[in-house]
Write a protein that binds this ligand. Structure first.
Ligand code: FAD
Length: 344
């Protein structure tokens, strides 16, 4: 191989410009690797801009005994906050005790663990509150009393991706957006990566290693690399709605539902409330994922169990949906076990 050809070979090609791809590209470039990042659309155009926007440990995963996962995420929570305090800020979450749902001892135990297993340093600890007197009770229907107030973080999710990509580029990574990988093959020990831009321009790249960070399109990329797998993925859609502000304080809510699920209601862009999420098996394509009418109605009904001011689908100003790729272990959508197999 000539010297010119060798210089054209990247150490690592990362495919997918979501939070994982951009984070990996930044990390590898920071270690001195020659990195190429290929994203078929815009950075963060996939699941990474359609999340609930929490920097959290995943309180509900404690129920599935995922202590190591929660601990790791809690440690990362304060680390990320320290790195990017301009786009991440602490938030207090109000978790009301609801008669007939999880008992108070279980909520207290879960929050005790949440406060203590992840090396919490700067965030305030959980406190017990009474919604008959606390400001967070005013927006709720009458009848709620005991509740818990715990800490997590909020993030501008798309900006987190962009900042990782920006940093990767500053560290020398070659970041190419609107560049889809259409085919990959191993040629003489290197990866030959065929791409096509949205304008139809075709270009080939070469790399010693490839990282498949295409999120829900992970199996599609394996197909393009002619790497069949007997592992099965399940795509699960999670949707959010945005409605005019339902409360005028800066706490968020973590609510339980009788089906065992939970959902969040979060102050959003000052004048709005963000409500989500759902868990529905996703059958369609990945380029234009939107909430179904049924999910929007479900989220309105969920909010109406708690908030004094009822909302209807006609009140929804904006909605969005993202898709999680789960390793298919046969459990139904919404079952926590399959979700945990993603590791995040
Ligand atoms: C409803 C919902 C709520 C969530 N809430 C939270 C939360 O609050 N906090 C949290 O930490 N996590 C949350 N998550 C999880 C988190 O959003 C995901 O783990 C994360 O966004 C996954 O990022 P990713 O980079 O793997 O995938 P993606 O963001 O989907 O990125 C994959 C990228 O690959 C690109 N791509 C695909 N095929 C190709 C190709 N052939 N060539 C080039 N590019 C390609 C896509 O365009 C896409 O941009 C949530 C997830 C969902 C679904």
């Amino acid at each position: 191989m000539s010297e010119t050809q060798a210089a054209d070979i990247y150490d690592l090609a990362v495919i997918g410009g979501g939070v994982n791809g951009c984070g990996i590209a930044r990390d590898a470039a920071g270690r001195g690797a020659r990195v190429l990042l290929l994203e078929k659309g815009d950075l963060a155009s996939g699941t990474s801009s359609a999340s609930t926007k929490l920097i959290h440990g995943g309180l509900r995963y404690l129920e599935h005994h995922a202590f190591a996962l929660v601990r790791e995420s809690l440690i990362e929570r304060e680390r990320l906050w320290a790195i990017a305090p301009h786009i991440i800020h602490p938030m207090r979450f109000v978790l009301p005790w609801t008669k007939g749902l999880r008992p108070r001892w279980m909520l207290r135990l879960g929050l005790f663990l949440y406060d203590h297993i992840g090396g919490r340093r700067a965030l305030p600890a959980t406190e017990a509150i009474d919604l008959r007197r606390h400001a967070a009770g005013k927006a709720l229907k009458p009848g709620f009393g005991p509740a818990y107030c715990y800490s997590d973080g909020w993030v501008d999710d798309a900006r987190l991706v962009l900042l990782n990509a920006r940093d990767a580029a500053d560290l020398g990574a070659d970041v190419r957006t609107r560049t889809a990988v259409v085919r990959l093959e191993r040629v003489e020990g290197n990866w030959h990566i065929q791409t096509r831009t949205t304008q139809g321009f075709e270009q080939a790249f070469h790399a010693r290693a490839v990282f498949n960070a295409t999120g829900p399109a992970v199996l599609d990329l394996l197909d393009r690399a002619h790497r069949p797998t007997d592992r099965h993925m399940r795509l699960v859609r999670g949707s959010h709605i945005v409605v005019p502000r339902l409360f005028d304080h800066d706490h968020a809510y973590f609510f339980q539902l009788p089906d065992g699920r939970i959902f969040f209601a979060i102050p959003y862009e000052r004048d709005f409330t963000l409500i989500g999420t759902t868990d529905r098996d996703h059958q369609g394509g990945l380029d234009h994922v939107v909430p179904s009418d049924e999910e929007i109605a479900y989220l309105c009904a969920a909010a109406n169990r708690y908030f004094a001011r009822p909302i209807a689908p006609a009140d929804v100003l904006w909605s969005y949906a993202g898709v999680r790729p789960l390793v298919d272990d046969g459990s139904p959508a919404g079952g926590g076990d399959a979700r945990l197999s993603t590791g995040h």
